[in-house]
Design a protein around this ligand. Structure first.
Ligand code: GUN
Length: 292
């Protein structure tokens, strides 16, 4: 078993991003600029957004955060998005999900200018991704591709089983792994909560991407010996063992699955760190006008 170390891969790529951001500043007189909107005070969202902002500073980007109470109206939020869309100093705009129930996430996603949609959630970016055209790839799937690349893992011809069909991870991941690209060129099976014989299907995976949001869901009896295991789960539980008061669990039972695998991502220290790298790369590409 070998570890797909998110710390190692993310630090290496962030060094490259920082060098490119410095070049961009020297040439343009400005820094790549990411804006985040955070509504409410969900603990997970607070942590993720704080980490995104901190990482922007680390690589020499400008970052701005707009915070709203849960009581913000949909109209107010959409008006702010329109304002940021028009701001020429902003390269990327993300609205952290989930949103309160009275706000339609589809409306929010479609209001963001697709040329600043560094989360890659807008239908234009998703459509262009399907067609293998330049686009912003959703940050977590992008981070997974960067991880596979960092470790020179050839995915061509392999059977990739994706567990979970979310808009943010499972669904785009299935498209990316099937594309004519490397990483990619896989035979893909996209499974979900209504899949029959899930265990038998996961057992066929040369690559398993676990993105269902259930602690230790993928167990050793479900994976083939030698499989590559990508754990996207970030399941937070309160704990007295850690300083933060929380402990993170993946979707994979790491201790028992790791000995059977050829490569595996840990949680924490795996995919989560790569998600941020995907977001930073999209923001830099936007600033440099590489996509649109
Ligand atoms: N919530 C969970 N993951 C994400 C993400 O990648 N982007 C945004 N905007 N919200 C999220």
């Amino acid at each position: 078993m070998q570890l797909l170390d998110g710390k190692f891969a993310s630090e290496k790529i962030k060094t490259e991003i920082a060098a490119e951001a410095a070049d961009f500043l020297a040439q343009s007189g400005r820094k790549p600029h990411l804006v985040a909107i955070l509504v409410g005070n969900d603990g997970g969202s607070e942590t993720y957004v704080a980490s995104k902002m901190k990482n922007c500073e680390k690589v020499g980007f400008k970052s701005s955060l707009f915070r709203y109470d849960n009581s913000v109206t949909e109209a107010e939020l959409l008006a702010k998005i329109e304002e940021i869309n028009k701001d020429a100093d902003v390269d990327g705009l993300i609205v952290q999900l989930p949103l309160p129930k009275h706000i339609d996430p589809e409306k929010v996603t479609e209001t963001i200018d697709y040329r600043k949609d560094v989360d890659g959630f807008h239908p234009v970016n998703l459509g262009r991704m399907m067609r293998n055209l330049p686009c912003f790839i959703p940050a977590t799937p992008y981070g997974i591709l960067l991880m596979l690349k960092a470790y020179n893992i050839d995915t061509t011809g392999k059977h990739c089983v994706v567990v979970g069909r979310s808009n943010i991870v499972g669904s785009p991941m299935s498209i990316l792994m099937a594309r004519n690209a490397n990483p990619g060129n896989c035979t893909v099976t996209l499974t979900h909560s209504k899949t029959h014989n899930l265990k038998e299907i996961i057992l066929q995976g040369d690559i398993v991407v676990a993105a269902i949001g259930r602690k230790n869901f993928v167990t050793a009896d479900m994976v083939k010996t030698g499989a590559i295991i990508i754990d996207v789960g970030i399941n937070r539980e309160t704990s007295t063992e850690t300083k933060s008061g929380f402990k993170l669990y993946g979707d994979v039972d790491f201790d028992n699955v790791a000995p059977k695998s050829s490569w595996i991502t840990p949680v924490p220290g795996g995919v989560g760190l790569m998600t941020i790298v995907g977001l930073l790369k999209n923001t830099l590409a936007s600033a440099k006008g590489e996509i649109y």
